[in-house]
Design a protein around this ligand. Structure first.
Ligand SMILES: Nc1ncnc2c1ncn2[C@@H]1O[C@H](COP(=O)(O)OP(=O)(O)OP(=O)(O)O)[C@@H](O)[C@H]1O
Ligand SMILES: [Mg+2]
Length: 139
């Protein structure tokens, strides 16, 4: 059976002023896929990822999430972003919080989880990546 189609990007274009950076990008992501986007510095990889998460608005093209146009269906982009996350090249951690608190804050503030639930999830994944001994450290 074919794996479920999660994300479908079709003919995506993005210009900054006169400069067209993305010139019609199309790709699919199915459940369980690992997709690598490779290209030289300045070729538009970050711009593409930012467009997929609507941090940049595409100039043209469509992005479907589970068969629905994101632009049409998700009036609240925060809902979409709970499903499609990204890690920035220059990411930020809160230096005044511990590793554990950094892993909890998004779950509590964005997803509305209880602190207990957020703590349990954070600990599970920190353990999974061998970071559980650092929970009380500052980043
Ligand atoms: N907000 C913006 N305004 C104008 N030009 C931009 C903007 N963001 C990106 N660009 C330009 O778009 C092009 C693609 O940049 P982008 O950061 O997407 O490349 P990249 O493939 O991620 O590069 P790197 O491998 O260095 O991370 C670059 O020429 C960049 O200067
Ligand atoms: Mg980049």
């Amino acid at each position: 059976m074919e794996k479920e189609l999660l994300l479908s990007v079709h003919d995506l274009k993005k210009s900054f002023g006169e400069r067209e950076i993305l010139k019609g990008i199309s790709f699919d992501v199915r459940h369980g896929d690992v997709v690598c986007i490779i290209g030289p510095s300045g070729s538009g990889k970050s711009t593409l990822i930012r467009c997929v998460n609507y941090l940049e608005h595409p100039t043209a093209g469509t992005i479907d999430y589970r068969g629905t146009d994101v632009n049409e269906a998700f009036k609240k982009l925060t809902m979409y972003r709970t499903k499609v996350g990204m890690v920035f090249q220059s990411f930020n951690l809160f230096n005044n919080m511990t590793v554990l608190e950094n892993c909890m804050v998004g779950q509590v503030k964005v997803l509305g989880k209880s602190k207990e639930e957020a703590r349990t999830t954070a600990l599970k994944y920190l353990k999974h990546v061998g970071m559980d001994t650092y929970v009380n450290a500052k980043p």
